[in-house]
Design a protein around this ligand. Sequence first.
Ligand SMILES: NC(=O)c1ccc[n+]([C@@H]2O[C@H](COP(=O)([O-])OP(=O)(O)OC[C@H]3O[C@@H](n4cnc5c(N)ncnc54)[C@H](OP(=O)(O)O)[C@@H]3O)[C@@H](O)[C@H]2O)c1
Length: 363
Amino acid sequence: MPAISGPSDGPVAVTGASGFIGSHVVKNLVEHGYDVHACLRDTTREDKTNHLLYIDEKGPGSVKLFSCDLFKAAGGDYDEAFAGCSAVFHVAADIGTDAVNYGRPSPEKQYAGLVDSTLAILESCKKAGSVKRVIYTSSAAAVMGPGQPDREFNYMHTEDDWVGGSYETLEERHKGRDGITRWTVEKAAYAKGKVDAEKAGYAFGEENGIEVISVCPCHVFGPLLGLPHNSVWQHQLGMAMKGEKMEGEKAREWNIIDVRDIAETQRLAAESDAVANGTRYNMVANDEEGELPANQFLDTLQELFPNHNICGGYRPAPTDARLRGRCTKAIEELGLKTHSARDTLRDTGNSLIELGIVPEEVK
Ligand SMILES: NC(=O)c1ccc[n+]([C@@H]2O[C@H](COP(=O)([O-])OP(=O)(O)OC[C@H]3O[C@@H](n4cnc5c(N)ncnc54)[C@H](OP(=O)(O)O)[C@@H]3O)[C@@H](O)[C@H]2O)c1
């Protein structure tokens, strides 16, 4: 099917529209004139919809809210939202970020929410009859990971990688010393769910003439649009600014992408002639500045926020290890213009301060 030519092709739908990435996808689309059907679980939640209504107010496109649940997708929960849409941006996943209200999903539930629900979403797209493309938010977890034992140090991941190597060797590469593979729902629900959702999505696309395209983000930062976005890595950055240690900081190698660049890529992918069913875009660093070992990440934050004692002065040992991958393909094929990692981190921190999540000064 051809690319969508723009807002004149009809409305578009975004699942996970209230979330951090989904909200930026909605914002980007509305700013480019699209009428967006924004799907979240509960449209009466003002904390999750106020910023979407503000985006609607500013236009030039519009936002219409729909209550839909991934776990009711097979029963047609998204049918109304997708009716007449030219494209669907499937961003939603139950990753436990609203555990206070909805509980934390078991590995089985998380996996089902990724794979079964994505297929049910695609069925709703097919039912709509108007949907040409689905842009799926997968994850770098489906791209980066353990390679073959002889893989080079600081291997540069590309869109050809499935968790660090070929798709065929996934189970083998996840075997422990005991010879038992960890590539199971129980041990790797998220990564396996994203890989299996992508694969099942492409097969569905092939069979049904709907192009399924994926974006695979790594560590996403950028301005929060509301308090519910204080989760995942943004939350960790806020902890560092408050002078606390970050969870897992010692071991982490960062690979930073701006949430606004993910949103832009999603719209460009829907409108581009360069993509086909099964195209993937790594949403990762644009250069080495975004591939930061833990100590350099914290030093960069300290430079950007001199009024905050980042992690109370704690720094993990320096290392040469980097989590490598670049968003070159999106830049070259779609014409994506990226933010620098420093601007991304600065804008994240400033939005945490503006929202009152982090004080203006922490000494
Ligand atoms: N943040 C990252 O660094 C990162 C990296 C790689 C991939 N991703 C992927 O990006 C996507 C969005 O992540 P995010 O960081 O924006 O997370 P987020 O802020 O927690 O957003 C999650 C979204 O999914 C929706 N959702 C959750 N469970 C649902 C359910 N059962 N039914 C319907 N909607 C449901 C939420 O809606 P409610 O308002 O109803 O809760 C929310 O809009 C996910 O697919 C995630 O796996 C994120």
